[in-house]
Design a binder for this molecule. Structure first.
Ligand SMILES: [Zn+2]
Length: 264
């Protein structure tokens, strides 16, 4: 089994497709069901359960782990760059132990809350025994060189205009924020006009670009934002689109499988 998997990834021409979902919201179950329907993989980064019913309790995390990878996302979701060394240790090592006690298996991946990290934070994550860590950098189409600075390709987030909720746009100076953020990097992908029309068309364009110019595609998001901004249908359409290409040299993997491939 293991040998097979390694063979499967050793093809450098294939594009590795992955997704990740942060914060352990209860709606992650809905994302998981969709991924499963389309034969797609992903990693769910969860914090410590604090009795809030909107989040996954330990038994739900265990259930989810039977089908998907669970990664650590600290205990309390702090800005790690602001913590002293003792608190860093508690949040990073503590979140690994918290999940491993629940799951009875090793937790390999970490995700920096809000994508915030420093060289020191990275060192703590590595020495805690994680194989890699995900950031929130967008427009990445190549497999990570530094496993502790794993980038992403696209954020599941309203596009091109920021929304207040499913029905309304957030008027004001933040309206164009999704487009403005790293606009230069986006332009480098030579987006067609349709990629400015909807999130789904935008994500499809970035996926096509990964297929023609890269070897890596990573979609990340928050299930509660999919709900808040009314994006379930768009996400479903995008999954269907990506899933249809799984046999054309696209392989769907968890986040840790990407790091494992790169390390040999
Ligand atoms: Zn988070």
């Amino acid at each position: 089994m293991k040998t097979n998997q390694q063979n499967k990834f050793s093809d450098k021409n294939s594009v590795l497709f992955t997704t990740s979902w942060d914060d352990g919201h209860i709606l992650d179950i809905r994302v998981a069901e969709m991924l499963e329907r389309y034969n797609l993989q992903g990693t769910f980064y969860v914090n410590q359960y604090r009795g809030d019913n909107n989040f996954l309790a330990p038994e739900r995390i265990r259930e989810l782990s039977s089908r998907f990878e669970i990664g650590a996302h600290t205990l309390t979701h702090p800005d790690l760059t602001k913590l002293n060394e003792q608190n860093l240790q508690e949040e990073i090592q503590g979140s690994k132990k918290y999940l491993e006690d629940i799951l009875g298996k090793e937790v390999l991946m970490f995700c920096y809350p809000k994508g915030l990290y420093s060289e020191m934070v990275k060192r703590y994550v590595a020495s805690a025994g994680f194989l890699g860590a995900r950031t929130v950098v967008k427009y990445v189409f190549a497999r990570p060189e530094d496993p502790f600075a794993m980038g992403t390709t696209v954020h599941a987030y309203p596009w091109p205009l920021r929304k207040k909720d499913a029905e309304h746009y957030l008027l004001g100076r933040h309206l164009f924020q999704p487009v403005e953020h790293d606009f230069g990097k986006f332009l480098k992908t030579a987006p067609p006009l349709r990629a400015f029309i909807s999130w789904q068309a935008y994500a499809r364009h970035l996926f096509d670009y990964a297929l023609s110019h890269g070897d890596y595609f990573h979609l990340w998001g928050h299930s509660w934002e999919i709900e808040k901004y009314g994006m379930w249908e768009e996400l479903d359409e995008f999954f269907r689109y990506a899933s249809a290409r799984l046999r054309d040299g696209v392989i769907s993997v968890s986040n840790s499988e990407i790091v494992k491939v790169d390390n040999g």
